[in-house]
Design a protein around this ligand. Structure first.
Ligand code: PGA
Length: 254
């Protein structure tokens, strides 16, 4: 049984007070409604990490994630944050390779595989994002594209390391557009990713890795997406910014 994950990716939103108030209120509602059957992760800007960790520290169903880290452990990289620094806040997860990082910051596979290594060295769980653009899907190249992202980002990992990773399938055409992949489209790709993991490692390992869907997950489509056999929860952008929306999605993951 894979426990579902609902991870809210705030992107560049919420100041310190807004963010911490949000975490407090969400945690309060989760406990009051006894909705502790899924793991809930808040992927916040760096400024919220430390205080966020304090809010969730005693709760085994909640965690704090960063949205990015650098591929080196230290050095002359002005404005960057190392995985070791993230880990020192008590945060336990880090998103790696979000399509906005790939697209706007030109992150490539070599950098991303190093970021994964940095996370694992610091015992941070990487949430590794893959997904195709609309052009690639329309050209029917999405399977090979996603396979390459998985191979280049993850397949250098040992059997032990790969089990520390969470994968997120996020079709770029679905992110922030209001057009989600259909549950069938999501399931097809998730099953394909799991097969690739099985082929490289084994069925037992592939069966244990959580694969999240991201891209316009909303209160009205979350339950159906999460009911697919290989969809182990979601990485939520826009709908993770309002407590009511985020709570509806957490409820759908129970
Ligand atoms: P969205 O973003 O839910 O706003 O589409 C998802 C993401 O980018 O992780």
């Amino acid at each position: 049984m894979r426990t579902k994950i609902v991870a809210g990716n705030w992107k560049m939103n919420k100041n310190l007070k807004e963010g911490i108030d949000f975490i407090k209120e969400t945690v309060h509602q989760i406990i009051t409604a006894d909705l502790t059957g899924a793991e809930v992760i808040f992927a916040t800007p760096f400024i919220h990490l430390r205080k966020g960790v304090k809010e969730v520290k005693k709760l085994n169903f909640c965690a704090i994630a960063a949205q990015n880290c650098h591929w080196e452990n230290s050095g002359a990289y002005t404005g960057e944050i190392a995985a070791s620094m993230i880990a020192s806040t008590g945060a336990t997860h880090c998103i790696v390779g979000h399509s906005e990082r790939r697209q706007y910051f030109n992150e490539n596979s070599e950098q991303l595989s190093k970021k994964i290594n940095q996370c694992l060295e610091q015992e941070l769980t990487p949430i590794y994002c893959v997904g195709e653009t609309l052009d690639i899907r329309e050209a029917h190249r999405h399977y090979t594209h996603i396979e390459l992202q998985i191979v280049e980002g993850l397949f250098h990992l040992s059997e032990e390391q790969i089990q520390q990773v969470v994968v997120a399938y996020e079709p770029v055409w679905a992110i922030g557009t209001g057009v989600n992949a259909s549950p069938q489209q999501a399931q097809e790709i998730h099953a394909f990713i799991r097969k690739a993991l099985e082929h490289q490692y084994n069925a037992d390992i592939a069966g244990r890795i959580r694969i999240l869907y991201g891209g316009s997950v909303k209160p009205n489509n979350a339950a159906e997406l999460f009911s697919q056999p290989d969809v182990d929860g979601g990485l939520i952008g826009g709908a993770s910014l309002q407590v009511d929306d985020f709570m509806s999605i957490i409820r759908a993951a129970q």
